[in-house]
Ligand binder design. Structure first.
Ligand code: XMP
Length: 523
């Protein structure tokens, strides 16, 4: 049959064989399922629900999982399950919407029962002959309004809840399985066991997706892509560009040159840490461009947040291009694009709250081919690969740091003097958070320097100086965040130290705003 629907990433042909594909009926669920499968050491990638079945078959997956989704199968325009996906000769597990789609196309019955189920729900397993044989489930996590009320011919119902007569069903002869609940969420006890039963007993997958394998695989792929050409990489100090650079360095050695532009908006000692890790320890050819004065001059008099972002972004690219041109003969550029970026770029919400300047976000007209060794990895997998490659813990577990750096944590004008105040205060805060063992628990923790001064008294002297704001949040993905309840003793210690150690500060305040309504950064 001729292909229709979106073409799949050609890279998948190399990585999918032996793995399991998640067919996406609602992005948020699909990504999580893929992560859970990978945690079982089986490669998994997400494909759109309207991907051509012949292209999916050509990738030779060992199984398919049909994801949940927000729609009702009867809604006009709801994503449709292509029945050909159920006849590719590999086992299929439908989850929630995926199971309902399966029931619908095979002649079962899906209906709005009048009783929605959300959250933890008691589950009665009625048959342990198949998928649920070794899964001692008594509870599951549900999120649905519609339910399968009659399984299609050939299926047996294997579990039920008070509102779902068919909470799980299977037709082992055809290799088709469905669950109404969500085994991928942590609130379904033994959910991972269910996924493992599907992967290992039904699909007969092998648990071979490991960091070591990822490294070997990527090194071979990079060598094949790059041949004996020269490659450049922009290092930001963050984990993604660092891991990408190390993978490429392993593949092509000194034909890689890393360019690290110190734009002066970095935190204390950050430039030295990158220099030490890459130049001294890994012996990666490194150009450390010390452009602090240039950036401070470019930002002089600018107070508007978006303007600051644009200036840092523009000057960063200019500086990088100048250095790349000096090298000459460069044909490839390394980027630390992650799998979540790849998935999201298809469905990214157009509403722009802040224009994020990513240090990796280089212009389209740059005449180089991209090398993206992390395109198939989630952030936590990148960290594991980084650890395996020997990247220092400080870099592997670094909290996210925005591309424009301290420029958007200094409210008002960015000057060398104000940068120094914020850098010192932030250093104290980081040190105390680490000492308290909270660094990894927090999504981000940092200091902000507002553009006001207040009166204080130190010794016998009246002071008129800046406050420092403590910002610490917990979050899973930065889309929402909760202000962190830091212990009072820790806050006291941070406050005392900042006021005693940082000249120009006489007051410390705590930001207790979650996101929404606040954003994580102040600008
Ligand atoms: P907000 O402040 O929008 O931030 O809640 C969400 C996450 O994005 C980071 N952030 C940026 N990252 N360039 C980046 O690379 C930027 O311009 C930028 N602005 C915000 C922020 O640190 C948080 O993790």
């Amino acid at each position: 049959m001729a292909s229709s629907g979106p073409a799949l990433d050609p890279e998948l042909a190399r990585v999918v064989p032996g793995g399991v594909l998640v067919v996406d009926f609602g992005a948020q669920y699909a990504q999580l399922i893929a992560r859970r499968i990978r945690e079982c050491r089986v490669f998994s990638a997400v494909v759109p629900h309207d991907a051509p079945p012949d292209q999916i078959a050509a990738l030779h997956p060992k199984g398919l999982v049909l994801s949940g989704g927000p729609a009702s199968v009867y809604e006009p325009g709801a994503p449709e399950l292509n029945p050909e996906l159920l006849a590719l000769g590999v086992p299929v597990l439908g989850i929630c919407y995926g199971m309902q789609g399966m029931a619908q196309v095979l002649g079962g019955e899906v209906a709005r029962t009048g009783t929605a189920e959300f959250g933890k729900t008691p589950l009665e397993v009625t048959s342990r002959d198949g998928l649920l044989r070794d899964v001692p489930m008594e509870q599951c996590w549900m999120s649905h309004r519609d339910a399968v009320v009659k399984a299609p011919d050939g299926f047996v119902a294997t579990a039920r809840t008070s509102a779902s007569p068919v909470a799980a069903m299977e037709d082992p002869a055809r290799g088709l399985y469905g669950v109404q609940f969500h085994p991928e969420v942590v609130h379904t006890p033994f959910g991972t066991d269910l996924l493992k039963a599907f992967l290992f007993e039904i699909c007969r997958c092998a648990p071979t997706w490991t960091p070591v394998q990822v490294i070997e695989d990527q090194v071979a792929r990079i060598r094949a892509q790059v041949g004996d050409a020269r490659v450049i990489c922009a290092l930001s100090g963050g984990v993604d560009s660092a891991v990408a650079a190390l993978l490429v360095h392993r593949a092509v050695g000194d034909r890689l040159t890393c360019i690290f532009v110190d734009h002066g908006m970095l935190r204390m000692n950050e430039g030295e840490q990158v220099e030490e890790a890459f130049g001294t320890y890994f012996h990666v050819p490194l150009i450390h461009v010390k452009a602090q004065d240039h950036f401070v001059a470019a930002l002089a008099g600018v107070t508007e947040p978006e303007e600051k972002r644009k200036i840092v972004g523009r000057e960063f690219i200019r500086t990088f291009e100048q250095e790349a041109a000096k090298l000459g003969g460069v044909r490839f550029l390394v980027q630390g694009t992650l799998y979540s970026d790849v998935i999201e770029s298809g469905s990214r919400d157009a509403s722009k709250i802040k224009s994020h300047h990513n240090v990796g976000g280089l212009p389209d007209d740059i005449a180089v081919e991209l090398v993206e060794p992390l395109r198939q990895l989630f952030k936590d997998e990148v960290r594991v690969v980084g650890e395996e490659l020997g990247l220092p813990e400080r870099m592997v577990w670094r909290q996210p740091f925005p591309g424009p750096g301290l420029a958007i944590r200094i409210i008002g004008e960015v000057t060398a003097e104000r940068l120094e105040i914020l850098r010192q205060a932030d250093f104290v805060l980081q040190e105390e958070i680490r000492r308290a063992g909270l660094y990894r628990e927090l999504w981000q923790s940092f200091a902000v320097l507002p553009a006001v001064k207040s009166v204080g008294v130190q010794g016998d002297e009246r002071t008129y100086a800046y406050p420092i704001v403590i910002r610490a949040v917990t979050s899973d993905d930065a889309m929402t965040a909760d202000w962190a309840r830091l212990p009072h003793e820790l806050l006291e210690q941070i406050s005392n130290r900042i006021i005693n150690e940082v000249a120009g500060v006489n007051r410390v305040v705590l930001d207790i705003t979650s996101k929404p309504p606040g954003t994580i950064e102040w600008e």
